[in-house]
Design a protein around this ligand. Structure first.
Ligand SMILES: Cc1ncc(C[n+]2csc(CCOP(=O)(O)OP(=O)(O)O)c2C)c(N)n1
Ligand code: SF4
Length: 245
């Protein structure tokens, strides 16, 4: 019998909630790593967040960074082991709200690492608090009347910022989502481009992925997909903001 599809070599079980987008992104990363022949030549630096419940799913060499410090940790690893593919896996709280200094420094210096940031518009692991990516008016544990942007700032757009601001010269920047087969395939292509940029020594690559958090959004997985398509994508457009040269 012909094998048309098989499980990535290192994919294990995870403890994420049903309908959570993290699991789909993990699978895409592992498929890409296998397809690029990097299965035994990579190190993932984990942010702090729900991903920590999925360490068995990412059966790679890995390093657990302190909250928000994943990109600077990844830079250090890459500088001493430039032969290894190094990437971060972070939530939006870890990558932006708490780790923005590290993330911007890595992008500013065009460090040759890949950053995967999962934007589920809240702090998932700790029970759904507001983050920088929370939508205007969104109800969270710490914005119970809806996010007031006059008080808390506007939604944050990291991929656009590092792709379009003067002074940055990153290799690749994109945003995808994983709500249906089309967007899953599109996001896989983005992740592959990001890793290929690193393998080619082009510099910093980032893929942000809009992801469902059924538990803290208090929605079914189906309702989450609709919310992403209807309102989250309106604030955070899908696309490539900096293509590879
Ligand atoms: C320095 C520090 N501050 C706060 C925390 C508590 N904490 C753990 S996970 C988390 C939020 C993670 O949210 P996010 O990065 O968006 O990832 P998600 O869980 O949504 O995937 C917070 C605030 C911590 N562990 N360390
Ligand atoms: S709390 Fe949200 S982000 Fe965390 S595993 Fe559950 S659905 Fe996923």
């Amino acid at each position: 019998m012909e094998v048309v599809k098989k499980k990535p070599a290192r994919l294990g079980q995870h403890g994420l909630c049903p309908g959570c987008g993290h699991g789909i992104v993990l699978r895409l990363i592992e498929e890409v790593i296998d397809e690029l022949g990097q299965t035994n030549n990579q190190i993932v630096v984990m942010g702090v967040g729900c991903i920590c419940t999925a360490t068995r799913a990412l059966q790679f060499d890995r390093f657990q960074a302190a909250h928000g410090r994943a990109t600077s940790t990844a830079e250090a690893i890459k500088r001493v082991r430039p032969d290894v593919t190094v990437f971060t896996y972070q939530g939006d709280g870890d990558a932006y709200t708490i780790g923005i200094a590290e993330s911007l420094n890595a992008a500013y210096r065009n460090e040759n690492i890949t950053m995967i940031a999962i934007n589920n518009t809240n702090f998932g692991m700790t029970g759904g608090q507001m983050s920088w990516t929370t939508l205007p008016g969104q109800h969270t544990e710490t914005s119970v009347d809806g996010r007031d942007c006059a008080l808390t700032g506007m939604p944050f757009h990291f991929p656009e910022m590092v792709a379009q601001s003067k002074g940055f010269h990153v290799a690749y920047s994109a945003r995808g989502t994983v709500i249906d087969p089309k967007t899953i395939n599109q996001t896989k292509r983005m992740i592959k481009d990001a890793f290929e940029a690193q393998l080619n020594g082009e510099g910093f690559s980032v893929v942000e992925v809009l992801s469902a958090c059924p538990t803290n959004w208090h929605m079914t997985p189906q309702q989450c997909q609709e919310r992403i398509a209807q309102s989250v994508e309106a604030e955070y457009p899908i696309g490539v903001f900096k293509a590879r040269d």
